[in-house]
Design a protein. Structure first.
Length: 309
């Protein structure tokens, strides 16, 4: 006789509810740990799990003094759960995208702290979106470069603002902003009172300098080869702090040092030679799950940054 189907009938809402509970228990590492998220007691969770095992005719997990552990069947069902709920979510978003009104979250991730000018531009992008789709729940946050790339590829973010340092397969890059980055020192550094003629390439090669903390474009890499890189800071603000200490020289965008230049707290070294171009890219996934939202964002950025793209 052939083995009975694990769930003999079509999956019901009750089955989905039990599977969601099962997934939550697994991801929390046990019944007790899942109580707060599920909002029910351990004994209630145990009843739900027993019902699921009974309906599926499978032993999904062991629980007791030895702790919570999935069986081989439980591991297979858990991975199937992930695929099932991802598919349901995909279907829901697909249907939503068929209509003119977009719903849910719209996620923008930035790799750098934004200077005043970029804040103003991004504010215009947000206003453009809100005017057309005010019901969207906008999320604007900062993340590390690799985390933004990962979030885009996993459809957890819709657009990322990244320095143009590399291009990853599966992502589209569009430069939206460009400005020069200059080698700087602070008023506390010995070079501050020296002219460019007095600061030789040999001196720069021996001077403690700040590495950007991430791979940069080829032009920038050539500049860094000439320096004694002995500190590291990715964020422009933290990099500026190291330079202001007077212990290091390093590269900063012109927009980040305007006030310090006016106050004579920072000066540029060999401005015609020791500089490279910083490019900021708008990055999206090539085949995004929520393509309508990505299209809306692309339109917004093109509208606001159009003259600079």
């Amino acid at each position: 006789m052939s083995k009975q189907s694990i769930i003999p009938k079509a999956i019901t809402e009750y089955d989905l509810r039990l599977l969601r509970i099962f997934r939550t228990v697994v991801e929390n590492g046990g019944f007790a740990a899942a109580e707060n998220e599920l909002g029910v007691t351990r004994s209630t969770i145990s009843v739900h799990m027993s019902n699921l095992e009974s309906r599926m005719k499978l032993k999904l997990c062991s629980r007791g003094r030895g702790g919570f552990a999935l069986t081989e069947a439980g591991q297979a069902v858990y991975h199937a759960c992930i695929e099932l709920f991802d598919s349901l979510n995909d279907f829901s978003m697909f249907v939503n995208n068929l209509g003119e009104e977009l719903i849910g979250e719209l996620v923008i991730l930035c790799a750098d702290q934004l200077d005043h000018g970029m804040q103003q531009k991004l504010a215009q992008v947000i206003a453009y979106i809100h005017q057309r789709q005010p019901q969207l729940h906008l999320i604007l946050d900062g993340e590390a470069l690799h985390q933004i790339e990962k979030s885009l590829l996993q459809d957890k973010a819709h657009v990322g603002l990244l320095p143009s340092y590399q291009q990853i397969q599966g992502l589209n890059y569009q430069t939206i902003f460009s400005e020069p980055i200059y080698l700087c020192c602070s008023a506390k550094h010995p070079y501050f009172n020296l002219s460019d003629e007095e600061i030789s390439a040999e001196m720069l090669a021996k001077t403690p300098s700040v590495h950007p903390g991430v791979d940069i474009d080829p032009e920038g890499r050539e500049q860094l080869k000439r320096l004694n890189l002995s500190a590291k800071a990715y964020q422009f603000d933290t990099r500026k702090t190291l330079i202001l200490s007077g212990c290091y020289i390093g590269y900063l965008p012109l927009s980040y040092i305007q006030e310090e230049l006016k106050q004579q707290q920072i000066k540029i070294i060999h401005g015609d030679e020791a500089c490279y171009q910083f490019n900021l890219s708008m990055v999206v996934k090539q085949s995004a799950r929520e393509s309508a939202k990505v299209e809306l964002l692309t339109q917004a950025f093109n509208e606001v940054f159009g003259s600079e793209i």
